[in-house]
Unconditional design. Sequence first.
Length: 282
Amino acid sequence: MVGGSASQSLSRELAKSLKARLAKVEVKRFPDDECYVRIEDDMSDEDVFIVQTTWPDRNIIELFLLQDAVREFEVSSVTTVVPYFGYARQDKQFKPGEPVSARALARLIQMNTDEFMTVDVHAPTVIDWFDSIPARNISSYPEIGKFLRTKGIELVLSPDEGRAENAKRVAEVAKCESDYLVKERIDGETVTMAPKKFDVGGRKVAIVDDIISTGGTIIKAAEQLRSQGAAKVYAVCTHGVFAGNAIPRLEAVCDDIWTTDTIENPKACITVAPMIARTAMD
Ligand code: R5P
């Protein structure tokens, strides 16, 4: 198992789950910021997993170098695990002249691996661009559901209808109800948000999204749920990007913030290692 610098703690967890050896890897930057990697353990004839999130950009280059370094050992096979697949939100051309960024990344990653795995990729079409190797998108929602059950969550909410299915899958495991938020424009300046079916009054509510980036989506939702009398409001996601000062802004309106470990961040408390290990052993 080779852990890239963006995915150190998940690589350790995954190595434990798979009872695999974690290779010693040197990663450094030259004064001009070019990346240098060196795998210090011999990997010849092994089935090797490389684990590296492709965010921020510098970790993409590191992944390509790790794939190349692993191949130099004439390994038996390479499986590339990208826990958080950056650029998946640009999964189509929104305006003429734009790239399909997710496809560009997929094509480059698959050039140097025999298999590919990712977790809760924002646009599932990304998987189809891995057209010459087996590729799988693993769901973290059962693990999130298990975690929320230990916290006594009573209602799981998706910020919009588009992701309601994810909230439902979480709620099934958390053994509680799920719903999605609906926006209503009151006038030119006021937009309200409320669950489609349920009243949040006095309840412990978790808003579940795939990515929290600026936090804007969850913050708006949490403010509304508080004004509707929710007893507790929690922010939960697979990928905690937390751009800029997202964490303190979220902390101001949420009782707690919980994420998986697809991105290393101070709020990561749910590991996706068992899900990846199970998929790898299938
Ligand atoms: C959007 O389609 C995603 O599912 C997330 O809702 C979005 O990325 C969250 O972004 P932010 O935290 O910046 O509101």
